[in-house]
Design a protein around this ligand. Structure first.
Ligand SMILES: [Zn+2]
Length: 503
């Protein structure tokens, strides 16, 4: 449930508001904020021309013969006529959702008048945001922020969709996380928390920040940024619960300086985050199927199913590198996994061959052979580890990006074998079902990573299968089985694996 945020400084409504009056709009400019009262007249929300004249600095003149009103702003005229749903703006006709209204000598216009009539002649940007009851006047950076909170067992996840993308930073101040935006203000809809023991509340903090009040059971948090919709950014903040054998967290009165740094209380080996990478996207369609289907759509469809299945069956946080038909570089895909500290990276593809009969699924993991000595050294280099509050340790991320995968090869191989065995139980496998190859897609992933070719688009029968619910579900079931076995340390035993030359 979303609760509209009451912007700081706007809480005082004019005393004259009657119960029937709609809440005022707020005009936000570089000079500050001011209320703009709204009235409901004939079922339409309206502003008084006198209020608009005061805020936008125009003059008005009654036309006694025609009964109209002339508004003059920056030397240009807007002509209003009673009972007319059109107005003339600098000689151009614009439409209004309702005619102007008059009460005595006072004129009222539908709120859209601001965007349709004033904006074209104002000489400065004017933006009317009806849902948030705002009028932005001038060059105001005021991103929209829409939040939701999910309860995921031992953690609570706050997701904030921010548009347009706005630089921001998260800091911990005592028992609060402060999310500051580089903006003049924010236009936010913030959720109530269904898990007050982890997230007590989410509130505005000043004009351009949000405070996340941590609940009594919180132990640590992590935050990450993902690409959002329509040029926005999605900020995900996860608050992790204390485990029973964990030392008590600092008291709420402890100074911020003594607050623990980012903590990681989940035992090593626990699966927390899986990133699924639907191959290709945007202009890069991937392989084209016999019936006109394209690889980029098949991979996204299976990825979405796999995400739903992993979340439902394992309760594991599952992220997609893309959740739309968007282009994404290979390093960006790995970055989504690395930035979210994923425990597994699964890249989904479908194959193509010049041999129309080629069929079957294959599982790949990275081969270091072609990457040279530096990669092999990276694989065997000692890891630096940091002790972690509550036990365990975590690796410092010192490994070079281009060799991030090198040190995970053995666990990647184990996961690949496990997935191959699970797939074999459900779908046709290729003659070479498990392969090691110098895959560019996996090099940058700093966690066990595999690439699954789910079948051959170039084979008409397989292309039809790949588009079917039944086959997609079989793939999903197999991968879920593989993930569960890998999580539980029941991976398939090593077997000789053929090396294939570069792909
Ligand atoms: Zn592909």
């Amino acid at each position: 449930m979303l609760v509209a945020l009451v912007l700081a400084g706007l809480t005082g409504l004019p005393a004259a508001q009657t119960p029937q009056s709609p809440a005022p709009y707020t005009v936000v400019s570089r000079d500050g904020r001011q209320p703009l009262p709204a009235r409901s007249i004939n079922g339409q929300e309206m502003f008084a021309i006198d209020d608009l004249a005061r805020i936008f600095g125009f003059t008005t003149k009654d036309d006694p013969i025609a009964g109209g009103l002339t508004i003059t702003l920056r030397g240009q005229s807007i002509l209003l006529s009673p009972n007319q749903e059109i107005a003339s703006v600098a000689g151009r006709l614009i439409s209004l959702p309702a005619p102007p209204a008059r009460e005595g000598r006072a004129w009222f216009v539908p709120v859209d008048f601001v965007a349709r009539a004033l904006a074209p002649v104002a000489g400065t940007p004017i933006e009317l945001r009806k849902p948030s009851r705002l009028v932005l006047l001038g060059d105001i950076r005021m991103p929209r922020v829409a939040g939701r909170i999910e309860s995921l067992g031992a953690l609570a996840r706050l997701t904030l969709d921010v548009a347009p993308t706005t630089p921001h930073a998260v800091t911990q101040e005592g028992n609060r996380l402060i999310l500051r935006f580089e903006a003049d203000a924010i236009d936010a809809s913030l959720p109530t928390s269904p898990v007050p023991e982890l997230i007590a509340g989410v509130r505005p903090e000043g004009a351009a920040a949000i405070a996340v009040e941590l609940g009594p059971r919180h132990a640590s948090f992590r935050s990450s940024d993902l690409p959002g919709d329509r040029g926005g950014v999605r900020i995900v903040i996860e608050v992790v619960a204390k485990t029973t054998d964990t030392p008590a967290a600092p008291s709420p009165t402890a100074p911020a300086a003594e607050a623990p740094p980012l903590l990681d209380l989940v035992p090593a080996g626990t699966l927390r985050t899986v990133v699924i990478d639907p191959g290709h996207g945007g202009a890069d369609e991937g392989a084209r199927g016999a019936g006109g289907s394209v690889e980029k759509s098949v991979t996204l469809a299976v990825a979405r199913r796999l995400k739903a299945a992993l979340e439902a069956r394992l309760g594991v946080r599952t992220l997609l590198t893309r959740d739309g038909d968007t282009a994404l570089g290979l390093d960006e895909r790995a970055a989504v996994a690395n930035n979210n500290k994923a425990d597994l990276f699964i890249s989904l593809h479908a194959n193509a061959s010049v041999r129309p009969g080629a069929a079957g699924a294959q599982v790949f993991y990275l081969s270091l052979e072609e990457l040279g000595d530096e990669a092999r050294r990276a694989a065997s280099a000692p890891r630096e580890t940091l002790p972690v509050f509550g036990g365990g340790s975590r690796d410092i991320e010192v490994v070079a990006w281009r060799f991030a995968q090198a040190r995970h090869i053995e666990r990647s191989a184990s996961f690949a074998r496990t997935v191959e065995a699970a797939l074999r139980a459900r779908v046709t496998m290729s003659a070479r079902p498990l392969q090691q190859a110098p895959l560019r897609a996996l090099v940058g992933a700093n966690m066990p990573a595999v690439l699954i070719e789910m079948g051959f688009m170039s084979n008409p029968q397989q292309a039809a299968q790949l588009g079917s619910d039944e086959y997609q579900n079989a793939i999903v079931q197999a991968v879920v089985d593989g993930v569960i076995q890998f999580r539980d340390g029941r991976g398939a035993a090593p077997a000789p694996v053929p090396q294939v030359p570069g792909r």
